[in-house]
Design a protein around this ligand. Structure first.
Ligand SMILES: Cc1ncc(COP(=O)(O)O)c(C=O)c1O
Length: 419
């Protein structure tokens, strides 16, 4: 890590600490969910310990719970650069996407079209596809280029047309790490007056985001991917949010953002979310919280880039490994999907868990359109190593050692190759 020491950073993650009866695992599944930072844990426990309550009460714990929600909206607004009133919480990203999709129903007819992509996690596909199906609207896919793992925008103008009502696109792939340049897609969508939903679940842990600058209408993310607990976050532009006819209980609040938050929220997780964001803030410097968050994210990116360069070089030196990664020049997160010769993905991850105590994920990771297109399903999908800021060079070196050993033991070597 350039300025902050990796030891200091790792010390903030209880799950990484060795105890007399526990040797910690090596966590390489950041894209599946990161470990929780101490400030998030403390905020969660602190909220519970001080007395839990529901909203709208005259007593102190209820008033404090409302303050927690307000503080969480302010904190998220600084992270994403949106207004606090545009921030709504929910169970997870998927549930929020379905709730928003259902609310958009009255605006769609069978004359309209919805655009999704082949690269996205299905959480940013199926809510909008089911909305289209319910309304008899057509669905168009922005294709992925199977050679570069990037979206093919060549025919954008004929995919996003005057009939398009909504475009749903991911900022970064949770499989290949490809970061999509959203500017031309959003510009085209806005030119035809379509709403844009951005799935930023895999982007927020690695990139500095700016909701205003992006110009999208909805941005979705999930705190458990960036050092916090399990709670989903939606930023919805007030212009859309105000008129969104959400499915809600009649006596529940009519105003934004509360109207989308059906039932009682996970207050302790929302408190934890504040702690998770303050952890990122603590890595940065600057006068405003937004500045500290931006510089904190830059620290994270700098450290992850160091590890990424090392891993990219390593993968290139392994002919038995096929890496599904966009070419140099395309921005990417530190997320690597690969296959090893003809070995089933689960065999690789099980071996690493057993012999190296490493958490590597396998499967299609719900990017199932991409998995089908790239025909990785017969092998059980991809193996994925996804880095988080608490991963060290030593851990990456150990992974490389492990993969070399795995290949030696499990992949038949051509005759005459060195033993
Ligand atoms: C890119 C991406 N989008 C959406 C989701 C779904 O998020 P959630 O689990 O909060 O519903 C995930 C989860 O892995 C993801 O990686």
């Amino acid at each position: 890590m350039s300025q902050l020491s990796i030891q200091q950073l790792r010390a903030a993650f209880p799950a990484l600490q060795e105890t007399p009866d526990r040797k910690p695992l090596i966590y390489f599944d950041g894209p599946g969910g990161t470990q929780m930072a101490q400030p998030a844990l403390e905020a969660m426990v602190g909220y519970i310990t001080a007395g839990m309550a529901n909203l709208h009460g005259a007593f102190p714990t209820s008033i404090r719970t409302e303050e927690v929600l307000e503080s969480a909206r302010n904190t998220v607004a600084d992270l994403l650069n949106c207004a606090p009133a545009e921030v709504a919480f929910g169970q997870n990203m998927t549930s929020l996407a379905f709730a928003i999709a259902r609310s958009l129903g009255p605006f769609l007819t069978d004359q309209d079209e919805v655009v999704v992509t082949e690269l996205d996690h299905r959480a940013n596909v199926d809510p909008w596809v089911t909305l289209a199906q319910d309304k008899g609207a057509a669905v168009q896919f922005i294709p992925v280029n199977p050679a570069t793992y990037t979206l093919d925008l060549t025919h954008l103008e004929s995919i996003i047309t005057e009939r398009t009502k909504l475009v749903a696109v991911g900022m970064s792939s949770n499989v290949t790490g490809t970061v999509t340049d959203l500017a031309p897609i959003i510009a085209r969508a806005k030119a035809v007056n379509a709403w844009v939903v951005v799935d930023a679940v895999h982007a927020v842990p690695h990139l500095t985001l700016d909701f205003r600058q992006l110009g999208c209408d909805v941005l979705l993310c999930s705190a458990y991917k960036f050092f916090g607990p399990h709670v989903g976050i939606a930023a919805i532009a007030a212009s859309l949010f105000e008129k969104l006819p959400v499915y809600k209980l009649a006596p529940a609040p009519q105003h934004i953002p509360d109207k989308l938050e059906t039932g009682t929220q996970n207050h302790e997780a929302i408190a934890g979310l504040i702690g998770a964001i303050s952890f990122i803030e603590g890595l940065g410097s600057g006068v405003t919280r937004r500045e500290r968050l931006q510089t904190g994210m830059q620290q994270i990116a700098a450290h992850e880039q160091e590890l990424t360069t090392r891993l990219e070089n390593f993968f290139q030196s392994q002919p038995e490994v096929r890496l599904y990664r966009a070419p140099a020049g395309t921005p990417k997160t530190p997320t690597f999907a690969f296959t090893v010769a003809n070995v089933p993905a689960r065999q690789v991850t099980s071996w690493f868990a057993e012999h190296y105590g490493m958490c590597l994920a396998d499967g299609h990771f719900y990017a199932s359109t991409l998995a089908e297109k790239l025909q990785v399903n017969p092998q059980g999908g991809w193996v994925r190593i996804g880095l988080a800021p608490y991963n060290s060079l030593a851990e990456v070196a150990l992974f490389e050692q492990g993969l070399r050993e795995f290949i030696r033991l499990h992949v038949p070597q051509p005759a005459g190759s060195p033993a």
